[in-house]
Structure formats: structure tokens, C-alpha cells
Design a protein around this ligand. Sequence first.
Ligand SMILES: Cc1cc2nc3c(=O)[nH]c(=O)nc-3n(C[C@H](O)[C@H](O)[C@H](O)COP(=O)(O)OP(=O)(O)OC[C@H]3O[C@@H](n4cnc5c(N)ncnc54)[C@H](O)[C@@H]3O)c2cc1C
Length: 441
Amino acid sequence: MSQAAEAPHRIAIVGGGAGGLELAARLGKKLGKSGKAHITLVDAARTHLWKPLLHQVAAGTLDSYSDEMEYLAIARENHFNFRLGRMDGLDRARKEIFLAPTLDENGVELLPRQSVRYDTLVLAIGSQTNDFGTPGARENAIMLDSLDAAEHFHRQLVNSCLRAQAKRGPNNGQRFTVTIIGGGATGVELSAELHMTAKIITSYGLANFDPEKDLKIVVVDAAPRLLQALPERLSNAVTRELQAIDIEVHTNEMVVEVSKDGVKMGSGKFIPSDLVVWAAGIKAPDFLKSLDGLETNRINQLVVKRTLQTTADPSVFAMGDCAACPQGDGLPPVPPRAQAAHQEAALLARSLLRILEGKSPLKFTYRDRGSLVSLGNYTTVGSLMGAIARGSVFIEGKIAKLMYWSLHKQHQVAVTGFFHTMLAILADAIDWARSPRIKLH
Ligand SMILES: Cc1cc2nc3c(=O)[nH]c(=O)nc-3n(C[C@H](O)[C@H](O)[C@H](O)COP(=O)(O)OP(=O)(O)OC[C@H]3O[C@@H](n4cnc5c(N)ncnc54)[C@H](O)[C@@H]3O)c2cc1C
């Protein structure tokens, strides 16, 4: 009697973000197409948007529709399966994950509670904003960590400008104030992008709204300087640029409360604010803290070995922002950045292939390629490191802008391939000439 063919190995990837989607696409092409493995990607959303673009969506300088990718379409092109659902539980003994019921936009159940079986599980569910329990932050500040939040912020911004236009004097003589808490890359990039948005909105005929006089943008950070994680020279250059366009910077100021009227700081200062954005710090989703005995750190990240395997279970991997991966040599864990997620996806794709062939997993080494901070149309500054230069080289202007842009394109190439990415670039160029410079709704 002939033996039944062995069932293909089941790889489930949860989270189709900067890291998980690249991994699914790579594995789909390498293993899914030939039937050597069955790849399933699970995500709580139906579409993917590369997260570093969120501040542009918030400012309206990017229409998210043009950059969103449909998971179902990518899955079909890359030979993996897509399951819509939000993971909320794990049974390691049965090798099964659980997805909460999915509701439609009216709150009606679209999909019931589901489960997905796996042989190998990769958790790539990213991170969310950490408000460190600051009173009033959840209720009164917008957390810029999802497409919904970025779109919500944008609507509030446009509405406020329209309201200002309808009044006899703009905002009743008060400056419309946006306070951004967090002077890291996200907060800094958002501040410059917002300044540009206000200028463009005015050029579309908001007669009563003059960004120079009527809009105030404030960035607050508890650290002694902006971009604390980046070299001081870069931080100084960015601070100068922001101050040149009249963005107010408060460093060494710890926010102790956010109310509907504004932001209170430990020093006693109060910034009356119309819109508050919280962009300081991240944590991994809370449910990871009690995920069937997997080890987590103080910000809920899953603790993994250099192979990206969780410390408690070699068949469960974690990558990207939700993982704390050691670097060794007394260095802090791999930072929560898109370039880290991109590199981990590339390594894990090769490593899982080896594991299926009965070989040992590969170890991850993070290569810091440097950091780039885009100040909208004003400038881009950054420092390049690693393969391009020994130590760090400061770059600015058009070269930096091109490198920043290429980060996103690398992600698109990994997911949709070179040809599609080139077509998308061409379409973007045509769209740029055809459409308004910002989204006005
Ligand atoms: C505004 C902003 C700007 C940034 N700019 C930069 C930058 O310039 N350079 C840089 O290197 N990094 C930047 N980052 C950080 C970068 O975006 C992250 O490090 C990167 O996206 C992490 O990738 P990831 O795959 O771990 O998670 P993500 O890209 O966050 O993807 C996580 C995915 O998991 C899904 N998900 C979450 N929970 C569940 C669940 N329970 N069940 C199922 N699916 C789930 C989400 O829907 C999402 O698709 C920025 C971040 C923000 C917010």
C-alpha cells in the first residue's frame, strides 16, 4: 500500500507589516509556490500601509489609498494565504493560534472566532504608542500608530482650518496650536510635514488662515535634545531647521498630564493646545504579556534568541517591533525600526528554509545603515553608517532625501517585485502632476 504524501509544513505569520509581509512574500515564492510549505499570513487589517508613512497621512501630504496594498492580492501573487483576524490567544501544546471575531464597520459580526494551526509560528505584530500611563493621554491625545489614527488626525486638522476660515478672525484671534509630544523621528517629521500642509492649505484659498500667524506647532520632549537616539550633530541640524520655520521646541520637559485644553509639564508650564499628538515611546501589544508562557520584557516585547526563536519555544519566532532580540557585546536589543524588521525578514526567510531542510537556524546580526529624518519639503538630514562608511557620515538635502525614499522602495520591491515597484513609481509621478499636493478631505 502506498504511503499518503506527507502534509506540507504549515508556517503561520501573524502581522503583515514592515517585517511580516516581506517574510510572507519571500516564503511564498520560495516554499509556497512549489508546495513545500503552506504559508498563512494573518492580519487584523485588510490592507497594508508601510508604517513610516503614517505621519504623511496625518499631515495629508500622502493619500493613503495610493500606497495601501491589498493583502488578498499580494497573497495571490506571492503564493501564500491570507486570513483576516486579530490574534488574541495561543495554545502552544496544540500549535494553534486564536483570532477574535471580526466585526464590520457597523459592529456586526463579519467573521466568527477562528483558529489557525501551525508547525512554525512567526509573530510580527509590531508595536503601539506607549503613553506610560500619563493621565489624560489616552483620552485627549491622538496616538499616531495606526492608519485610522493618522486619518482621524488629518480630518481634525482640515476641519479646524475650515472652522478658522468660516470665522471672521482666524480661530477667534487665537493661534491654532498643535502640540506633538515626543521629539523622536516621528514627532519631528510630523511637525515639519504639518507646517508644509498648512502652507499648502492656505494656497488653496483658506483666506482667513495664515500659517505664519495662525498656526503654532510645538514639539515637547523629556530628553535634553530632539532625536536623542541619533548623533548630536544631526539633532542640532534638525532643531535649527525647525526653529527656522517657527516650530517651538521644548526639551527637558516631561509631560505629566494631557487635558482637553492642553498639555501640562512637570516644570509647571502649560501649553494650551487644540490638537495633541502622542508620539513618544512604544510598547508591544498587552496580550503578549500572558501568551501561553512566552517570555516578555517590561514593554511586552517577546524575548527571543539571536535566531529569533522565543526563549520558551523553538517553534515560535518573533520579529520586528514586538521582539526583543539581543545584539550581544553589551549593546541594547535590536531597535524597533523598519530597517531592522526588513533585515530580520530577509534572515528568517533563509533560516526557515534551512530548518525545513533539517539544518540549524541562522543567527541575526543587525546592521545599522544609519538614520534619516525627513523634514517634508524643507530638507532631509541623516547619518549613514556600516557598509557605506566606517563610523558615521552626515548627509543632508537631496542625497538624504533620495536615500530616505529608497527605504520605502526596498520594502515595495521585497513585497511586489522590481517590475511592479517601477510601475508604481511611474504611476506616482503621473499622479503627482495630476492631483492636489495634499488631501483636503
Ligand atoms: C509615524 C511613524 C514613523 C516611522 N518612521 C520610521 C522611519 O523613518 N524609519 C524606520 O526605520 N522606522 C520608522 N518607524 C518605525 C517602523 O514603522 C516600525 O519599526 C516597523 O513598522 C516595525 O515593523 P513590524 O513588522 O514589526 O510591525 P508593523 O509594521 O507595525 O506591522 C504590524 C502588523 O501587525 C498587525 N497586527 C497587530 N496586532 C495584530 C494582532 N493581534 N493580530 C493580527 N495582526 C496584528 C498590524 O495590523 C500590522 O499590519 C516609524 C513608525 C511610525 C509610527
